[in-house]
Design a protein around this ligand. Structure first.
Ligand SMILES: Cc1cc2nc3c(=O)[nH]c(=O)nc-3n(C[C@H](O)[C@H](O)[C@H](O)COP(=O)(O)OP(=O)(O)OC[C@H]3O[C@@H](n4cnc5c(N)ncnc54)[C@H](O)[C@@H]3O)c2cc1C
Length: 410
């Protein structure tokens, strides 16, 4: 529902022409119809990340339509986002796009994409909306200085200064803290940025020969921490990837950065809790498989290549029969199935989706309005804030939600 417009000549600047910047502009126009809205984008490209997102399909949001459940997917900002989702959540995103002719579909893992499977659909929608709402978009115009005054904020542009009543910052993440200096200069505290959503490098380990192989459900633990995640693992030519690894990288983004990405992971390949349960499974299967070659009779449902790899690692001959398996070898195999350890050294950024952990500290933002607690008339939206989600459409959802609230200009 449109609010009556109390600011008929309200001048609003939005800094950053990405997902959050565009959505904030739409929200301003929804809540303040007559506002004069301009988006300043430093580069020549608008919505560049939307274009490449989700492998070119744009994972717009997630079909988790409960505000409290949705907030659980954010390693940074859970509490704040729970509050924000009570105003605009994933379901609202679906409706917003649907009202503009863009249908979203949910895949089996709850990720939502446009039915066209093409991120250009989202960009086209935004471009139509910009024209329809009379929003000005100015590219190749970086804003690097803001000067607050009693009634608004002055923006220092390359060749001039301009006064605005309200300013929304949606400049995205930055790999370096220096990228936030201009906002720090205004008195904001910055949570130092580190990458999130990366894959693990396991240099020199023969497991990399299994590249392309997917283990549907394994539990990965990071030794010396409480971090653990169960889910699919994908073997790559540099180490391991897949949802379990990416989600761990998000939850552990800061702790793993502190360890300079050198740590051990311990994998339970079969997601069976303990030795006792594995032994009892084996004992129940043995009568039927005892005369079979171990390589051909795998009671754990692991892919053949993985099973062969683990047998080799346990130094069990591929020709030996189950009835020939010594107690020592059996224990070694069980230990590998439950506690297989790999030395991780380094990370690789996930090409499908990566985000910055860190940014404007949560305590500096009032999540009821997204207004800065440090600088009046200044609002934040998107990845510039110290909020980030795991992979699955949650990062765009954070951008839509924070932008929607910021655009109310409360
Ligand atoms: C390859 C890739 C794929 C991804 N896929 C997905 C996905 O499918 N689903 C999902 O949920 N998330 C995905 N993400 C994450 C998601 O893209 C980001 O979280 C989201 O784009 C953040 O939006 P934003 O508008 O805050 O920042 P950005 O998209 O980074 O936009 C910020 C904009 O501000 C501009 N800017 C910066 N500084 C200034 C300045 N001083 N003056 C003017 N302009 C400035 C930048 O040039 C940029 O255009 C992906 C990320 C990557 C890198």
């Amino acid at each position: 529902m449109e609010k009556s417009d109390s600011y008929s000549k309200l001048k609003v600047a939005i800094i950053g022409g990405g997902a959050a910047g565009f959505f904030a502009a739409f929200s301003v126009k929804e809540h303040h119809k007559n506002a004069d809205v301009v988006i300043y984008e430093k580069s020549s490209k608008l919505l560049a990340k939307v274009k490449v997102s989700g492998g070119g399909r744009c994972n717009v949001t997630n079909s988790c339509f409960s505000a409290s459940k949705l907030s659980k997917f954010y390693p940074r900002g859970e509490k704040n986002m729970k509050k924000a989702f009570s105003v605009f959540q994933a379901k609202d995103t679906v409706v917003w796009f649907e009202e503009r002719g863009v249908k979203l579909k949910a895949e089996d893992d709850n990720r939502m994409f446009p039915t066209t499977d093409n991120s250009q659909t989202i960009i086209d929608c935004f471009q139509r909306e910009v024209v329809e709402k009379g929003i000005r978009v100015i590219t190749q115009t970086p804003v690097n200085k803001l000067i607050p005054n009693s009634s608004g904020i002055t923006l220092r542009l390359d060749d001039r200064s301009e006064n605005f009543d309200k300013v929304i910052i949606s400049t995205g993440g930055s790999p370096k803290e220096t990228g936030f200096k201009w906002l720090k200069d205004l008195g904001h505290s910055i949570t130092p940025p580190v990458p999130s959503l990366f894959t693990f490098n396991i240099p020199g380990n023969p497991i990399r020969k299994l590249m392309g192989l997917v283990i549907d459900s394994a539990t990965v633990r990071i030794q010396g921490t409480k971090l653990s995640y169960t889910g699919p693992i994908l073997m790559t030519h540099w180490g391991m990837s897949g949802p379990a690894i990416l989600k761990l990288s998000a939850w552990g983004a800061r702790i793993l950065a502190e360890r300079d990405y050198k740590f051990n992971i311990q994998i339970n390949w079969v997601s069976i809790k303990n030795e006792e349960e594995v032994n009892s499974l084996l004992d129940s299967e043995l009568p039927t498989i005892r005369r079979k070659k171990i390589i051909n009779a795998n009671p754990f449902g692991l892919p053949n290549r993985m099973w062969a790899f683990l047998l080799r690692k346990a130094e069990i001959s591929h020709d030996s029969l189950w009835l020939e398996l010594s107690k020592k070898s059996r224990n070694k195999l069980i230990n590998l199935l439950l506690n297989d350890v790999y030395e991780v050294s380094g990370k690789t950024t996930f090409k499908e989706e990566f985000v910055t952990c860190g940014g404007i500290s949560l305590s500096d933002i009032d999540f009821d309005s997204m207004e800065s607690r440090v600088c009046k008339h200044l609002y934040f939206a998107g990845e510039v804030i110290d909020v980030d989600g795991i992979t699955g459409g949650f990062n765009f959802q954070a951008a839509w939600t924070t932008a929607y609230i910021a655009g109310k200009l409360n």
